[in-house]
Design a protein around this ligand. Structure first.
Ligand code: IPM
Ligand code: MG
Length: 374
């Protein structure tokens, strides 16, 4: 048997160059656990992990006065992939938020997305069978389960349009602009349809075409792209309706394809609906195999440094990294199987704990996962 043991096969002895961004809040703790799991994967499957850490967000502001240095961007660019924890702090209390907007932690994240051309943001929202009780929806709705992927455009729209604050005749006025050209829409639509083809072959394109020109162009271009994918079903949905449908009937969704701002909002809603945001991974990809992988949740400064954060979303982001940037499907499967196994055995961090389960901290959860990598 050619495939009789792990590490046997053509993708062995790979040297994986990974830039890590521990970041702020719980970021350093969850990245440490993801590294632990990746080291175990490397040992089992005969690869070598070469990690290089860079600072971003508040940690970079404290060290260098800016949320991301040019040197850090270069380090990230030189790697095969980037694995990130989380950035940012308490926006009402942290001194970082007294700085001008372009020097705050989030500016580092926006800068790295743009610098590395990470235009396609994949955010899966899955209802885990073992955690179904945590789902805030009525049982008659959650019973059907759901497994959707939000494909969010990440380098255009309101986030990167021209903006300014002016004063006219003593009245303060702020302007943000929402711009998309057809090429930006086409490349994200192609990614959306490609991924739908590997899933349940349905794309729900979300826009506000009853009001916005950018949405009307979005709809047209998505339809043009759809012509090349006759096997994938396309439907259009207005964003306000989508917000309702996510809580009314989440099982209807496979791939949700949408622009930057709508995707930001809908992906938070979708993750909340799973009841287990500490479990959700994400990937931000460019045109090649390069990507930045991070949990869907934030930096949770209120629980930082207490060893109680849930590292699973970061560990699953590392699995996505192995799958999308390195084509290491078996290794990614091994991580996902370890997560399922640990949940089945009843281990839970505080955020997903329910009575009868065994409560563990962040580093113990990481160790349990690493031990179950086969
Ligand atoms: C996200 C976050 C970021 C965004 C913030 C931190 C700038 O909310 O990744 O969803 O709005 O894109
Ligand atoms: Mg967000």
């Amino acid at each position: 048997m050619m495939d009789a043991w792990p590490g046997m096969g053509k993708e062995t002895n790979m040297e994986l160059h990974i830039t890590c961004i521990p970041g702020d809040g719980i970021g350093p703790e969850i990245i440490a656990e993801a590294k632990k799991v990746l080291e175990k994967v490397a040992a089992c499957y005969g690869h070598q992990m070469v990690f290089t850490d860079i600072l971003m967000g508040g940690a970079s502001i404290d060290a260098y006065g800016v949320p991301l240095t040019e040197e850090s961007i270069q380090t990230a660019r030189a790697a095969d992939a980037v694995l990130m924890g989380s950035i940012g702090g308490d926006t009402t209390r942290s001194p970082w938020y007294k700085l001008p907007p372009n020097l705050r932690p989030e500016a580092g994240l926006l800068a790295i997305r743009k610098a590395l051309n990470l235009f396609a943001n994949l955010r899966p929202a899955v209802l885990y069978e073992e955690l179904a009780a945590a789902c805030p929806l009525k049982e008659e709705i959650s019973r059907a389960g759901f497994d959707m992927l939000i494909m969010r455009e990440l380098t255009g729209g309101l986030y990167f349009g021209e903006r300014k604050t002016v004063e006219e005749n003593g009245v303060r006025k702020a302007i943000d602009t929402l711009t998309y050209d057809e090429n930006e829409i086409r490349r994200i639509a192609v990614k959306g349809f490609d991924i739908a083809r590997k899933r349940r072959k349905k794309v729900t394109s979300v826009d506000k075409a009853n009001v916005l020109d950018s949405s009307r162009l979005w709809r047209k271009v998505v339809e043009e792209v759809a012509a090349d994918y006759p096997d994938v079903k396309l439907e259009h949905m207005l964003v306000d309706n989508c917000a309702m449908q996510l809580v009314k009937d989440p099982a209807q969704f496979d791939v949700i394809l949408t622009e930057n701002m709508f995707g930001d909002i809908l992906s938070d809603e979708a993750s909340m609906v799973t009841g287990s945001i500490g479990m959700l991974s994400s990937a931000s990809l460019n045109d090649s195999k390069f990507g930045l992988y991070e949990p869907s949740h934030g930096s949770a400064p209120d629980i930082a440094g207490q060893d109680i954060a849930n590292p699973i979303a970061t560990v699953l982001s590392a699995a996505m990294m192995l799958r999308y940037s390195f084509d290491l499907d078996r290794e990614a499967d091994a991580i996902e199987a370890a997560v399922k196994q640990v949940l089945k055995e009843g281990y839970r961090t505080g955020d997903i704990h329910s009575s009868g389960c065994k409560k563990v901290g962040c580093s113990e959860m990481g160790s349990l996962l690493a031990e179950r990598i086969r």
